[in-house]
Design a protein around this ligand. Structure first.
Ligand code: KIV
Length: 275
């Protein structure tokens, strides 16, 4: 079944959980899509897990379009959402529509995601009015890392929690089809999930959300820099890769690889003419 922003909303009405993962390239998108995932996000986390930046702030529109195009070529059934990078929508409503449009037209995304609540409601309304589905993102919004003073859980104090609940309602009223809740207490995520009619997608937000998303490198232990507390490891792909690379190096250095099975043969007659 082809997932769309409408099937996401319908899933909540039917009480069906939604599973999402990030992807940043064609091969991985194909594997994830063929696994039956509901949605793929080309997250600006690509700045950290693919490009090696310390946060997401250096990611550009060109980076996002480049990677979204690649993921789109490997995605058939999942809803393809692309992240709006830092400063691509905060600057003005015009920039927001223009850049959301580029992710759809040039990147072939089917929806965009942007961070924030009340502060970006005009941008969201305008993008939705331009017929582009928008996914909201509140809580620990990584583009605000310098305001938060690090990647810290949000909404622990009552005033902060109330602000996040208010933001969720503003996002729903502004027309988003879904909201990512990142890095907030699970009971706060439950209150939000029960107070909006659109699906909440949690990451570090506990079990009460309508769906979950993880950065794929995190959940298969491929990202060596740090492992957030909320990440469950489903495979040790980093270890498998390191082991394969070490075996390859050993075999090359000891003339084990390539063997005849992995080489091309030549007709003996032709060969004899070469000596
Ligand atoms: O950039 C990203 O990967 C994200 C998810 C963590 C939700 O925004």
């Amino acid at each position: 079944m082809k997932n769309t922003s409408s099937t996401f909303v319908a899933a909540k009405q039917k009480g069906e959980k939604l599973a999402m993962l990030t992807a940043y390239d064609y091969s991985t998108a194909k594997i994830i899509d063929n696994s039956g995932i509901d949605g793929i996000l080309v997250g600006d986390s690509l700045g950290m897990v693919c490009l090696g930046y310390k946060d997401t702030l250096s990611v550009t529109m060109e980076d996002m379009i480049h990677h979204t195009k690649a993921v789109a070529r490997g995605t058939n059934n999942a809803l393809l959402v692309s992240d709006m990078p830092f400063m691509s929508y905060q600057t003005s409503v015009y920039d927001a529509i223009k850049n959301a449009g580029r992710l759809i037209q040039e990147g072939n995304a089917e929806a965009v995601k942007l961070e924030g609540g009340a502060s970006v409601q005009e941008q969201i309304k305008a993008i939705v009015k331009a017929q582009i589905p928008v996914m909201g993102h509140i809580g620990l919004t990584p583009q605000s890392v310098n305001i938060f003073g690090g990647f810290k859980v949000q909404g622990k104090a009552d005033e902060d929690a109330k602000k996040i609940i208010e933001d969720a309602k503003i996002l729903e009223d502004s027309g988003v089809f879904s909201i990512v809740l990142e890095g907030i207490p699970s009971k706060l995520a439950e209150i939000i999930t029960n107070s909006v009619s659109i699906p909440t997608i949690g990451i570090g937000a506990g079990k009460y959300c309508d769906g979950q998303i993880l950065v794929y490198q995190d959940m298969i232990s491929m990202f060596p820099d740090f492992k957030p507390k909320f990440v469950k490891s489903y495979a040790d792909v980093g270890d498998s890769m390191a082991s394969a690379f070490k075996t390859y190096i050993h075999e090359v250095k000891n003339s084990v690889f390539p063997d005849d099975e992995h080489s091309f043969k030549m007709n003996d007659k032709v060969l004899s003419k070469l000596y």
